[in-house]
Design a protein around this ligand. Structure first.
Ligand code: SAH
Ligand code: DHB
Ligand code: MG
Length: 222
């Protein structure tokens, strides 16, 4: 099995089930043109987030790690017209690109992109009484994954769903000896989730255009 094959199969699924429209295509093009890294979720992964939100009937969503707003658009499109989404981004350039992309997609009434380090913004959200959020997507600096899951719990309710991206990283998650903070952060997150009685979770390995990676899906049970 090769990367070319994974990419070709992703393209096959995506062309049939999650085709780009003008707003999505322009979001990726403008993100690249602005120099943002090309690490957005794949189209079929964005569609998965969109479907999870639809299936839950979620009315609110929180994203940690906006980049150019590509995953944000997939998620916000599944919210009702009076739904609300907040996406946290510490890089002001990324946040500006995302705001323009969301406006072009007609989602600027639903989504607020908040600039700042997520660990500063999350307590602010709590202080403002934001939430509980029905859906939380964690996709920022992986070293803080345990902190983000803790905050997701504080800002959610029983029935909320939390998804964490990039939890496999080519199998690096298995390396207990690593000093890569992304891996130690993700491993600490798995240990936290496994011990946390308020969460019921699973994790899946994925292959596709983004290589060999995976995601964690958790339901807040209490
Ligand atoms: N969710 C996006 C991809 C996010 S990439 C998508 O799939 O389309 C990760 C993003 O997290 C980057 O834009 C990075 O600037 C941001 N980020 C990294 N550390 C952060 C922090 N501490 N607080 C907020 N955002 C952060
Ligand atoms: C990286 C980050 C992501 O969120 C992702 O989906 C892929 C790669 C990265 O930091 O390399
Ligand atoms: Mg990611």
């Amino acid at each position: 099995m090769t990367q070319d094959q994974w990419t070709a199969v992703d393209r096959y699924f995506t062309d049939l089930l999650a085709p780009a429209d003008e707003a999505l295509a322009a979001t990726l093009a403008d993100s690249t043109a602005a120099g943002l890294p090309e690490i957005a979720v794949a189209p079929n992964q964005g569609k998965l987030l969109n479907l999870l939100i639809s299936m839950l009937g979620a009315r609110s969503a929180l994203e940690i790690g906006t980049l150019g707003g590509y995953s944000t658009i997939w998620m916000a499109r599944a919210l009702p017209a009076d739904g609300r989404m907040i996406s946290l981004e510490h890089n002001p350039t990324h946040a500006d690109v995302a705001r323009a992309n969301l406006a072009r997609a007609g989602l600027d009434k639903i989504v607020e992109v908040r600039t700042g380090s997520a660990l500063d913004s999350l307590p602010q959200l709590e202080a403002e009484g934001a939430g509980p959020f029905d859906f939380v997507f964690i996709d920022a600096d992986k070293v803080n994954n345990p902190n983000y899951v803790e905050w997701a719990l504080r800002l959610s309710r029983p029935g909320s769903v939390i998804v964490v991206d990039n939890v496999v990283r080519g199998g690096a998650v298995l390396d207990a000896e690593t000093d890569d903070p992304s891996v130690t952060g993700t491993r600490a997150m798995f240990e936290l989730v496994s011990r946390e009685p308020r969460l019921d979770a699973t994790a899946l390995q994925t292959v596709g255009m983004k290589g060999y990676d995976g995601l964690l899906v958790a339901r807040v049970v209490a």
